[in-house]
Design a protein around this ligand. Structure first.
Ligand SMILES: C[S@@+](CC[C@H](N)C(=O)[O-])C[C@H]1O[C@@H](n2cnc3c(N)ncnc32)[C@H](O)[C@@H]1O
Length: 276
C-alpha cells in the first residue's frame, strides 16, 4: 500500500508540477524546502509528511485527492478501458469546428493551440499535422498514449498532458483554446471561474472554441448518460463569453449511436475572440 501511494504520488507530483510550469527548484522555493526533497519524492523514494500535503496541493493548484491519484481515476474510469482498445471510440475524423479553426485561424498567426479533453487525439493530431504547436490535456492516460502513437504515425509530435482541466494552468498564453464536449464534466458552480482561468491563458486577439451538450426538456437523456456530467442550459456557454467578441454561435440537434441505441444530443457551439 505504502509503495502504491509513493509511486502514485511521484507520478502525480511530477505531472502537476510540470502542468503548472514549475521547475523542481521553483516548487521547492515556494514550499521553503530543498529541491532534493522534491526530486526524491518524484523518484518514488518516500512520501512527504501528511501535514505537508495541503501546502503542496495549494502550490500546484490541485487537490490533495489529485496528488494521491484518487481524483484522476474517479470521473472518467469508463474511458480508461474504452481507449485501450485498438478501435477509436470517438472516430478518427476531427470535429467539424477544427476545420473551421484551420481555415479561419491558421497556424501562421495562431500557432499555439491548447485542446481540453483531447481524448484519443483526433483533433490534436489533426492540428499537429497542420502545423500548430499543440498541447492536449485529458484526464485519461490511455487516450493520451493512443494519441501519441497516432501522432508518431503521422510524423507529428504533440505535448500531451495527463491532467484535470479543473487544475491545469500554464504560464504560456495560447492563440487558440478549444474543447469538444468536455466542459459539461465541470460542475455548474465551478464553470465560470474555471473558464475565466482559460480566458486569461488566451492571448489578446486569440480565440476560444467550444462545444457543449445542452439540456432540453424535449430530448431524453442519452442511454449512456454519465452521472458525472452536468449538461449546459441553452445560451449558457455564450453567457460565459459576454465580455468577448462572439464570432460564431450555433445550436444543433445531432443523432448519436454511442451506446448501440440510437438517440439525440443538442449541442451548443461557440467561437469567441478576446479583444482586451
Ligand atoms: C466526450 S469525450 C470527448 C473527447 C474528444 N474531445 C473528442 O471529441 O473526441 C470527453 C473527454 O474529456 C475527458 N475529461 C472528462 N473530464 C475531464 C477533466 N476534468 N479533465 C480532463 N479531461 C477530462 C474524458 O477523459 C474524455 O476523453
Amino acid at each position: 500500500m505504502e509503495e502504491y501511494i509513493s509511486t502514485t504520488f511521484a507520478k502525480q507530483l511530477k505531472e502537476c508540477r510540470k502542468a503548472k510550469g514549475l521547475s523542481q527548484r521553483e516548487l521547492a522555493d515556494i514550499l521553503n524546502m530543498s529541491f532534493q526533497s522534491i526530486s526524491k519524492w518524484e523518484n518514488g523514494n518516500g512520501f512527504p509528511n501528511l501535514s505537508l500535503l495541503p501546502d503542496i496541493a495549494d502550490a500546484l493548484d490541485v487537490s490533495c485527492d489529485m496528488l494521491v491519484g484518487y481524483e484522476t481515476k474517479m470521473p472518467t474510469s469508463k474511458y480508461n478501458e474504452l481507449y485501450k482498445a485498438d478501435k477509436f471510440f470517438w472516430d478518427t475524423v476531427p470535429n467539424s469546428l477544427s476545420f473551421k479553426i484551420l481555415k479561419e485561424f491558421p497556424p501562421a498567426e495562431y500557432e499555439n493551440l491548447l485542446e481540453l479533453g483531447c481524448g484519443e487525439g483526433r483533433d490534436s493530431v489533426f492540428f499537429g499535422i497542420n502545423g500548430y504547436n499543440v498541447t492536449g490535456i485529458d484526464i485519461v492516460r490511455s487516450g493520451l498514449d493512443k494519441a501519441n502513437k497516432r501522432a508518431a504515425l503521422q510524423n507529428t509530435s504533440l505535448n500531451l498532458v495527463c491532467s484535470n482541466i479543473k487544475h491545469f494552468s500554464s504560464k504560456d498564453k495560447y492563440d487558440v483554446i478549444c474543447g469538444y464536449r468536455i466542459l459539461h464534466y465541470l460542475i455548474p458552480e465551478e464553470r465560470r471561474s474555471i473558464i475565466e482561468r482559460y480566458k486569461k491563458m488566451t492571448r489578446k486577439g486569440g480565440v476560444n472554441v467550444f462545444t457543449v451538450v445542452v439540456d432540453k426538456p424535449f430530448i431524453p437523456l442519452a442511454p449512456d448518460h454519465e452521472n458525472n456530467t452536468y449538461l449546459f442550459k441553452s445560451g449558457e456557454l455564450a453567457s460565459l463569453y459576454y465580455d468577448w467578441e462572439l464570432l460564431y454561435m450555433d445550436e444543433e440537434t445531432i443523432s448519436c449511436n454511442s451506446s448501440g441505441i440510437a438517440h439525440k444530443h443538442v449541442i451548443d457551439s461557440i467561437i469567441a475572440r478576446k479583444i482586451i
